[in-house]
Write a protein that binds this ligand. Structure first.
Ligand code: NAP
Length: 317
């Protein structure tokens, strides 16, 4: 049986499956391992089932024991792992695509609705009581007829586009490559970020964090958006320059933001907390029982597949 370090707790049924499949080393207190502790606990292990809270940078990967052959990340994103460093040490990295698309797209749509329809302010007023209905009370932005720009029209972006289209939104997108007709759902393709932003009344950020996308939404690119645009991010915090976004909220260049992910989670930039127009969630994208179960089972299966066949369809490096 392969010995696997599982860095965070999983749902019980998934831990049972891990126990049946591996000699599993669990993190019973669900503590956040330091990079040093992760290296120490990896000794004698064949693989690591990691989560997005583990920072597996080049320095950490280079200190892992030679016995480690796979890092199976419990997420579709893998911005927390230095893929090149892993590759040069002969360590396969795998992820959990598809199984979390629906749940994450639901949160992506919630961000759009919450930011456009002033849900944060509405919830606070309803809880406080004493609010008085009037014709112009908490007026928000209607989605019907509004242009949605999807930055990163992959699995999650396409599902958000599908739901948004059913709400009457007009879909535009930007990827590095144009989608085939069966996937684009009639959406308009923009081959530049500038082209997409200039038509985005509402922006939904759905691309991965990478060297190319870090701070892609910044002081300069925010200016391409129409005045009063809404920006939502269900992908990764690293894609947005927070200071520039908070400044744009202050100047009313940006009407509202809807955020599920942040730089330096869970310590989000306090500037967002000052803005009633910030509809913020604590990284809930994949947080449903069905999805978290499917993700963990896939992360386990990825390890099993790799050791039984020498390869894995979800290998990303
Ligand atoms: P995906 O299917 O790989 O889609 C990513 C899309 O981004 C692709 O269409 C890709 O198209 C585009 N893209 C990549 N690099 C780009 C660039 N430099 N400029 C413009 N577009 C770019 O991934 P997914 O399954 O939809 O997941 C997307 C991301 O969502 C993940 O990487 C993860 O970080 C995040 N996520 C968040 C949560 C959460 O809890 N909030 C949950 C799951 C996933 P091209 O390759 O043609 O450019």
């Amino acid at each position: 049986m392969k010995k696997i370090l599982i860095t965070r707790r999983l749902l019980r049924s998934c831990e049972d499956k891990a126990k049946e499949t591996f000699d599993a080393n669990f993190n019973l207190n669900d503590e956040l391992y330091s990079q040093q502790k992760l290296i120490e606990l990896s000794k004698g292990c064949d693989g690591i089932l990691s989560s997005l809270t583990d920072k597996l940078d080049a320095v950490t990967i280079n200190k892992l024991p030679d016995t480690i052959k796979i890092i199976s990340n419990f997420a579709v994103g893998f911005g927390n792992i230095d893929l090149e460093a892993a590759k040069s040490r002969g360590i396969a990295v795998t992820n959990t695509p598809e199984v979390l698309t629906d749940a994450t797209a639901e949160i992506g749509v919630l961000l759009i609705l919450g930011a456009c329809r002033r849900a944060s302010e509405g919830i606070a007023s309803a809880r406080e009581g004493g609010w008085k209905w009037s014709a112009d009370y908490l007026i928000g932005k209607q989605l019907t007829g509004t242009r949605l720009g999807v930055l990163g029209m992959g699995r999650i972006g396409q599902k958000i586009a599908k739901i948004a289209k059913s709400l009457g939104m007009i879909i535009h997108y930007h990827n590095r490559s144009k989608l085939s007709d069966d996937k684009d759902q009639g959406a308009t393709y923009h081959d530049t970020l500038k082209g997409l932003l200039s038509v985005s009344d509402v922006l939904s950020i759905c691309c991965p964090a990478s060297k190319e996308t870090v701070d892609m939404i910044n002081k300069e690119t925010i200016e391409y958006l129409p005045k009063g645009a809404v920006v939502t991010n269900v992908a990764r915090g690293d894609i947005v320059d927070d200071e520039a976004m908070i400044d744009a909220l202050e100047r009313r260049k940006i009407y509202a933001v809807g955020l599920d992910v942040y730089k330096n989670e869970p310590n989000l930039n306090p500037g967002y907390l000052k803005h009633k127009s910030a509809f913020i969630l604590p990284h809930l994208g994949s947080a449903t029982k069905d999805t978290r179960t499917a993700m963990a089972n896939l992360a386990i299966d990825n390890i099993d597949e790799y050791f039984s066949t020498g390869n894995c369809k979800n290998k990303v490096n």
